[in-house]
Design a protein around this ligand. Structure first.
Ligand code: HT7
Ligand code: ZN
Length: 876
């Protein structure tokens, strides 16, 4: 497969102004008739001489005509990927008819079947598997879609826009016609047909229009839509209040499907969701799932403006819609729940997973300059780092200018397909700031590292801060230029414990300020600093960088209690724990007795005994850095030492602070009716963190509490936590009965069974691989269902580090076997699930060799472009 390059971009020679589609549904032979209203593109001088070239894959062409005249065989050509009509008039109608087989579509791109229901996934390039079309986001057309189906099997026939006609047909068939008045690229096209039921509500927009809201699900899930509906209404109101954006159709629909490659899809007026991203019930979904659903519902809704009304010129601009929309959904969730916890959770995930991506063989800029398979670029870099860059822009220009820039962007480019420059230009114009250096964030891959040094000059009452930035080389980018990095900071007085007033170059900055790092090295001299401070740097994670500062453990313990920035208080605790973990990892490697750092115990004792009104933050602060994050800090990852050191810290804390953890558990237990609300969620997470400490030493009282919590079955958050702790204990007599009960009770519910699978394969015990092999034979396991694959294989390879990296290579072998099979069935999922194997550079030589051998074994197969691209990069 050949790469596509950003620098080759050209507008299309022909554009579609209106698209008429008719689907005659049948599992093995669906007929798709398309009538495209085409014309030459005014921006292409060579359009008159250009043939018409349409994308199309796995289509069987049954008929083709221009302006009603069927074409002769020598007037066009069909290849595996394109239809070319050699000569076409300036403006014309093209009719085609193709046949496709949704039931055979296991890749879940284009039109496919899930539980007998028809649905589509067209982003990024799935529409070309439905009909011949210029499948690129800069071709925007209005759509009129007629769907014909069996009245019994498919009573519900949905597509984008407004329903304009419906009727009966002979042979038990019926049809519905939909019209979408908003020009859209074909990646936003959607069709759903099946036996679905709806839950309805409505929303009155700020201009007083009534919008009907519908969530379509299979009958047994009708009781699981309340939270998604409430989230949708909150998101609609938030987008009006925060961005002045109103919904633009009379109907907004969400459909839940079981087989879906990602979380959800923002098709115009007809969002299609992975059932895991929309269905919730207190008995089946955890607090985390409730929050995830709220965030994804909002994300897809926000795309209606950031993505649909204003879309991307080409797929290199993907972060234009995704980075901005993730930023918008993060802010929405922060406003709706606990803002500091949302930031801590997002950053903890980002620093583990995106940093690893940025340091690995598939590292790429937020705007890549080439790709082989675009679906490989729906990455943490495009989404999460893209959102961090938008957040930096918001912080650099301030909220007011940011909002003005956003208004300008939506107004100027409404109905257009645009670039990242167009977005940043609006921000520059609204703020008057020069953002030219800032643009490097979009083209340079890799995580910038900042080395910071500080010194207090008692005699001059000055604090001297030196910041030095460097971005490491990444594949294809050996040399990097300095970035424009906003560093938010405070200087916390060691005597007063308060943020000191800062003056820089004669300018009063206040007690919390942003300084701009633009050079490779910069010195900042803060004057009139009356007492020695500890610097609190990169507050709120003001830039997606690694910041090193030689903090003494006492400084970190000080920041842990005194920093006014909640995020940095948490981060100080993480840094303190990491220092202790470092020593213990070294001790484990050297076979020396492990000794727990009492400063960590005392810091945790302080946290457990301090008055707090933010239990959610406290729960985060009591959570040790994950094994994955600890690994990120190590030059060569020693999975066993990391696991042993982290377990030792956890157990030492559990022993030393047993009574505190027991008290916290009891103080936060409650019988109140479940609600996914911040206060309850905070208490549950604090209680469950305390329980996890007690269970880490298999404390008798802890075991009893976990068993009681499991049996009480109050809500899935508590049940799942208890089941996980029982299953991950070393005692089979605790794990097996609970797993059996849970498995039997929930055998009918796929989303709960996904949890049952995951919990078992994330056990740290060494027998887990046998269990995994056994579970892969379970009748409920299928490689065709992406959620199941993620629950079993993804959870094992991604979260069970000690067992996946077993020194006999059995974990690697198992993953490679799965990738080889999935490469045939669902290349998109195969190319994602392989990720842990691509990170071989981070491990010792023996593991490196084993991992590379598995990658070579995969490379020897006949590969999809998706897996080919990833494996080639991993072995380069
Ligand atoms: N914009 C959507 C992307 C998406 C997707 C991409 C590739 C393959 C399958 C997919 N399903 C959804 C999701 C979003 O970011 O909102
Ligand atoms: Zn998105």
């Amino acid at each position: 497969p050949q790469p596509t390059y950003l620098h080759d971009y050209q507008p299309p020679a022909h554009r579609v102004t209106h698209t008429e589609l008719t689907f005659d549904l049948s599992p093995g032979a669906t007929r798709v008739k398309a009538r495209l209203h085409l014309e030459r593109h005014p921006d292409r001088e060579d359009a008159a001489e250009s043939p018409l070239v349409l994308d199309g894959e796995q289509l069987s062409l049954k008929g083709i005509a221009i302006d009603g005249q069927p074409l002769d065989a020598d007037e066009y050509r069909v290849s595996d990927t394109q239809l070319t009509v050699h000569r076409v008039p300036e403006r014309f109608l093209l009719d085609t008819e193709v046949e496709i087989a949704p039931e055979a579509n296991t890749a879940l791109e284009g039109l496919y079947q899930s539980n007998g229901m028809y649905c589509t996934q067209c982003e990024a390039e799935g529409f070309r598997r439905i009909t011949f079309y210029p499948d690129r986001p800069d071709v925007m057309a209005t759509f009129s879609t007629t769907v014909v189906g069996d009245a019994q099997r498919e009573p519900v026939l949905l597509s984008n826009g407004n329903l304009v006609e419906r009727g009966e047909l002979p042979n038990g068939r019926h049809f519905v016609t939909w019209e979408d008045p908003h020009p859209k690229p074909c990646y936003l096209f959607a069709l759903v047909a099946g036996n679905l039921q709806k839950v309805e509500d409505s929303f009155t927009t700020m201009s007083g229009r009534e919008v009907a809201l519908q969530i379509w699900v299979e009958e047994e899930n009708l009781d699981k839509t309340d939270h998604a509906m409430a989230s949708l209404k909150r998101a609609m109101a938030w987008d009006e209040q925060t961005y002045g954006r109103e919904y633009d159709l009379d109907l907004f629909m969400i459909v839940a499907v079981n087989d879906f490659n990602m979380g959800a899809m923002e098709n115009k007026g007809l969002n299609i969701f992975n059932s895991a991203a929309v269905l919730t019930h207190p008995q089946t979904a955890t607090d985390a799932a409730f929050q995830r659903v709220e965030g994804i519902v909002a994300h897809e809704y926000f795309h209606n403006w950031s993505g649909n009304r204003v879309t991307c010129r080409d797929w290199f601009q993907l972060s234009l819609k995704e980075g901005f929309t993730v930023f918008r959904d993060q802010c929405f969730s922060a406003d709706t729940n606990s803002a500091p916890v949302k930031r801590i959770e997002d950053v903890a995930f980002f620093r583990t997973a995106q940093f690893a991506e940025d340091a690995g063989p598939t590292a790429h800029p937020i705007r890549p300059d080439h790709y082989i398979e675009i679906t490989n670029f729906y990455t943490l870099t495009i989404y999460e780092k893209g959102a961090e860059v938008v957040r930096m822009l918001r912080n650099l220009v301030g909220w007011e200018a940011f909002r003005q820039g956003s208004d300008r962007y939506f107004e100027r480019f409404d109905g257009q397909a645009v670039t990242i420059e167009d977005f940043v230009d609006c921000m520059a114009e609204a703020s008057g700031l020069d953002l030219s250096q800032f643009m490097r964030w979009y083209s340079q891959a890799g995580t910038p590292e900042i080395d910071a040094h500080g010194e207090y000059d008692y005699a001059k009452a000055e604090y001297h801060l030196t910041l030095r930035q460097r971005t490491p080389a990444t594949p294809g980018q050996p040399d990097k230029l300095p970035l424009h990095i906003p560093v938010r900071l405070g200087l916390v007085g060691t005597k007063s414990g308060e943020d000191l007033r800062m003056t820089l170059d004669g300018e009063e900055l206040g007690r919390d300020a942003v300084i701009h790092l633009r050079e490779e090295e910069q010195h900042f001299v803060f004057t009139d600093i009356a007492e020695a401070p500890v610097p609190s740097l990169l507050r709120g994670f003001s830039a997606p960088v690694k910041l090193r500062f030689p903090y003494a453990r006492e400084d970190l313990a000080f920041l842990l209690t005194h920093d006014s920035d909640g995020f940095n208080r948490w981060d100080a605790g993480q840094r303190l724990a990491l220092l202790a973990l470092d020593d213990l990892i070294a001790a484990h490697r050297n076979g020396v007795e492990k000794v727990m750092d009492v400063r960590v115990i005392e810091a945790f004792r302080g946290l457990l005994n301090a008055e707090t009104d933010d239990k959610a933050v406290l729960a985060e602060m009591l959570t040790l850095p994950s094994e994955a994050y600890i690994a990120e800090q190590q030059p060569v990852v020693d999975v066993d030492a990391i696991h042993a050191a982290r377990t030792f810290v956890k157990q030492s804390l559990a022993v030393a602070l047993r009574d505190d953890f027991l008290r916290v558990y009891h103080d936060n237990a409650s019988d109140a009716a479940y609600a996914p609300e911040p206060e309850q969620i905070a208490a549950r997470s604090l209680k469950n963190v305390a329980l996890s400490y007690l269970m880490s030493v298999e404390d008798e009282e802890g075991i009893e509490l976990a068993q009681r919590q499991f049996s009480a079955g109050h809500n899935m958050t508590d049940v799942r936590c208890a089941l996980t702790l029982l299953t991950h204990s070393s005692r089979g007599d605790l794990a097996d009965p609970a797993l059996r009960l849970f498995g039997e009770k929930w055998a009918h519910d796929p989303l709960v069974m996904d949890q049952w699978f995951s919990i078992q394969v994330t056990r740290p015990q060494a027998d887990v691989l046998d269990r995994l092999t056994y579970l892969m034979e379970h009748p409920a396991f299928s490689l065709k269902n992406p959620n199941r694959v993620r629950a079993l294989i993804g959870a094992f390879a991604g979260q069970n580090r000690v067992n996946f990296h077993r020194i006999d290579g059995a974990g690697y072998r198992l993953l490679a076997d799965v990738v080889i099979e999935l490469n045939r069935l669902n290349p998109e999922i195969a190319a994602r699930i392989i990720t842990p194997l691509t990170r071989w550079q981070r491990f010792d030589e023996q593991r490196q060799a084993l991992m590379k051998a598995e990658l070579e074994r995969i490379r020897a197969e006949e590969l999809s472009p998706n897996v080919f691209e990833v494996v080639e990069k991993a072995l380069a």
